[in-house]
Design a protein around this ligand. Structure first.
Ligand SMILES: NC(=O)c1ccc[n+]([C@@H]2O[C@H](COP(=O)([O-])OP(=O)(O)OC[C@H]3O[C@@H](n4cnc5c(N)ncnc54)[C@H](O)[C@@H]3O)[C@@H](O)[C@H]2O)c1
Length: 432
């Protein structure tokens, strides 16, 4: 297998987080700082902990991914970002109440040094938040220019070799894809004309790509999932990926559904409900933002079970997803699933899942892996949609010619085979 030419991970890499004062962002940043000081274990991170089998089984080669894949060292990451609130990252992390004060104080000065840049914000896209730290400009195009300037200034101030941008901002209201999103020219025109179909997240994404920074979308917003940005990222030779981190309930769905299908067990209904009390829960309490999330969560089962091929087993599935804002639980989400299945001769059975998880604790390692792998993809010369990173997303992006793969273990196989290709090792089909 020929090795992919990967540029060295030299110098410092900037990670610019949109929504840098949020629960996910501060947990990701603080956790990375704690891990690189050796004061905590980055549990959940494939880049930091997982091994990869190389060669035939009998060769017994299972190195750590980070020892064989040329990833950026955690010590070379410089964090920054934007938020609609002015709090520095330490104050914001205290507010989020995910990590303990004892943990946050291990990296207090570093965290407090991250002051958000003023955000691009439009209340029409996040109804429940009232931003106070927001850029003003006559048109959306001027806002692109302002974000581009932020990126250039950040790069110069920290003497960075390269950058990656990641959206950890709130979920925007559902924006259907329309003609303005179909080409780079129509997108630019719409931004210059202040079209209501241009969301803030699209402004950041366009600015990032214009400044040669790959873009990762952790929320279900349209953002980079449109032909205009697929084309723009290909033109600019930059990787993009999204949408919506696959952390809790949907991760369970993409494990349990393949199990049912592999054993040819039938499914009548899947009722999923959540209680969540953080700011994300509050934003998702708005029907517009919830619709974006709902679309993202609903497609998974259908895609895995292929009812068109198995109408007797999956032709009549009732799938319902609910998210309830319940402040006492803060970031500690509880996700219940009631799954009505059937077996031999149609006899009914039930599965119940009660996942008492911590939203940001599950999302933080995904942010770290995505940032490192997307930067790797950039240095390897990959561009456009990175389907090998579907593993991390509820709604993996794909163009009109492809379909998404949702099965967690197929996604993981694809991720590892891509890493094998990058380092010039044979891909593995598990025949031997
Ligand atoms: N935690 C998870 O398991 C998980 C899983 C999938 C997706 N997500 C998504 O990740 C995102 C972040 O989640 P969270 O729990 O950290 O939410 P959060 O509300 O704590 O953080 C979002 C942050 O984004 C900021 N923000 C909103 N609009 C902005 C804009 N236009 N520019 C800059 N900043 C902006 C908010 O002020 C806030 O600080 C949400 O969209 C959420 O749906 C989270």
């Amino acid at each position: 297998m020929e090795k992919v030419q990967v540029k060295d991970a030299k110098g410092k890499m900037g990670v610019l987080v949109i929504g840098v004062g949020g629960a996910v962002a501060t947990t990701f940043i603080a956790g990375t700082m704690i891990a690189r000081k050796g004061l905590g274990v980055p549990v959940g991170s494939i880049t930091q902990l997982a091994t990869i089998r190389l060669g035939k089984r009998e060769e017994n080669r299972f190195p750590k991914i980070k020892d064989v894949v040329p990833l950026t060292d955690l010590n070379d990451i410089v964090f920054g970002g934007w938020d609609i609130f002015e709090d520095d990252c330490y104050a914001a992390a205290r507010h989020a109440e995910v990590l303990t004060v004892e943990d946050l104080d291990k990296v207090k000065d570093e965290l407090a040094a991250i002051k958000p840049m003023k955000a691009v914000f439009d209340q029409n896209f996040v109804k429940r938040l009232h931003g106070t730290w927001v850029k003003q400009a006559p048109t959306k195009w001027d806002l692109v220019e302002a974000v581009r300037k932020d990126i250039r200034d950040f790069k110069a101030a920290h003497n960075l070799d390269r950058l990656v941008c990641i959206w950890c901002g709130s979920t925007e209201v559902f924006t259907p894809m329309s003609d303005v999103h179909k080409s780079v020219a129509s997108l630019e025109k719409a931004m210059k004309e202040n079209s209501p179909e241009i969301a803030p997240s699209m402004i950041y994404a366009f600015a990032a790509l214009s400044e040669d920074a790959p873009f990762i979308n952790g929320a279900p917003n349209l953002t980079v999932d449109m032909p205009a940005i697929w084309d723009y990222s290909a033109q600019k030779k930059l990787p993009i990926c999204g949408k919506d981190f696959k952390t809790g309930q949907t991760m369970m769905k993409t494990v349990l559904s393949p199990m049912l299908k592999t054993r040819m067990l039938g499914l009548n209904g899947w009722f999923s409900t959540n209680i969540l009390g953080n700011r994300d829960g509050e934003v998702l309490d708005d029907p517009g933002s919830f619709k974006t999330k709902e679309e993202s969560k609903l497609s998974v089962i259908h895609n895995i079970l292929q009812p068109e091929l198995y109408p007797q087993l999956y032709g009549n599935v009732y799938h319902k997803v609910r998210i309830n804002y319940y402040p006492p639980r803060k970031d500690n989400k509880e996700g219940w699933d009631n799954i009505d299945i059937f077996g031999w001769l149609g006899y009914p059975m039930q599965l119940k899942v009660d996942f008492l998880c911590r939203d940001s604790i599950l999302a933080a390692p995904l942010c770290l892996d995505l940032v490192l792998f997307t930067d790797l993809a950039h240095r390897a010369g990959f561009s456009g949609i990175q389907s090998w990173l579907s593993f991390y997303f509820k709604s993996p992006m794909h163009d009109f010619e492809h379909i998404a793969e949702h099965d967690l273990f197929i996604q993981y196989t694809k991720l590892k085979n891509t890493l094998r290709q990058i380092i010039g090792e044979e891909t593995i089909d598990y025949l031997d």
